[in-house]
Design a protein around this ligand. Structure first.
Ligand SMILES: [Zn+2]
Length: 290
């Protein structure tokens, strides 16, 4: 089944909501970066969040980048999405092993640690929008809810989940974001809170066969939910050799010269998708000349 996001509104437009199934996307990220289970979960949650936030943007070339900088063993985690369902990302350290919180419960919070989450939205304006919050739990869903509430003044409920099998494959990945608009009524909030208290975790909902539409129905079904859009999501990186060589050109001339002097081809990997690009000594020499 293809990954997708659904968008909807409820309570006469005073609530907007997003839900996604990102299982294939997260499986692709895990395979490319060879992540251990807790990293698959952390990166997968951030990719899921980025893909839904990407679908909040309107412009063709709009880009959103989420970066979690924690002091835990994973290091930094970055996810970037556009408004068309393309998302990519990576974790500083893909090989993290950490005790589980309980049977089947990966301890994402401890693997991420304490630190900050930054959100950068490049909407084609001269200055990109920039928000930064302290991590609340490092579980990513809580941190994002806090970001929306504090930094964007939009009270939000966020659920993100990745279920990793014992063979390290991704069984389910997905999530939801529900946001209150300024003119929302108290009664609506009370109903939503009641609905929130009835639902189980994202992975439990997906395990029981629920689709993104079903998740929104569980959250907002009794609040005049109207599903307005559906969009495919995929792990996609737009790198090519030119982009990688442009990145290579930003490192110090002496360092490139050192590689040339070593007289061997080098391999440079894209951070986002781990694709390797080979550069010959001759290509490196051309780079230095430029
Ligand atoms: Zn790439």
């Amino acid at each position: 089944m293809k990954d997708y996001i659904v968008r909807g509104i409820a309570a006469g437009g005073t609530i907007r909501a997003f839900a996604a199934n990102t299982t294939e996307t997260v499986a692709c990220a895990a395979a490319r970066h060879e992540t251990y289970p807790v990293v698959t979960a952390a990166l997968g949650r951030l990719l899921t969040a980025a893909s839904m936030m990407g679908s909040m943007m309107k412009g063709e070339d709009d880009i959103i980048t989420l970066t979690v900088k924690g002091d835990g063993p994973i290091g930094n985690i970055t996810a970037t999405a556009d408004s068309k369902g393309n998302v990519k990302g990576f974790a500083g350290n893909p090989a993290v092993e950490i005790p589980r919180k309980g049977p089947g419960k990966l301890d994402v919070g401890s693997a991420v640690g304490a630190g900050t989450m930054t959100v950068v939205m490049d909407l084609g304006l001269s200055e990109p929008y920039n928000g930064l919050v302290e991590l609340q739990t490092g579980e990513i869903g809580d941190d994002l809810a806090y970001y929306f509430t504090v930094s964007e003044q939009t009270p939000s409920a966020v659920g993100l989940g990745v279920m990793v099998e014992t063979d390290w494959s991704v069984k389910h990945a997905g999530g939801f974001i529900v946001q209150l608009m300024p003119d929302v009524e108290e009664e609506t909030i009370a109903k939503l809170e009641e609905n929130m208290s009835q639902i189980s975790s994202v992975t439990d909902m997906m395990e029981s066969g629920m689709t993104p539409e079903d998740m929104l129905n569980a959250l907002l079904g009794n609040l005049e939910l109207e599903i307005t859009d559906k969009e495919d999501v995929r792990f996609y990186c737009n790198c090519d050799k030119d982009r990688v060589s442009a990145a290579l050109a930003t490192i110090r001339k002496e360092d490139i010269q050192e590689m040339i002097d070593a007289g061997e081809d080098i391999e440079v990997k894209c951070f986002f998708c781990n694709t390797a690009y080979k550069f010959s000594v001759e290509e490196l020499e051309n780079l230095v000349e430029q």
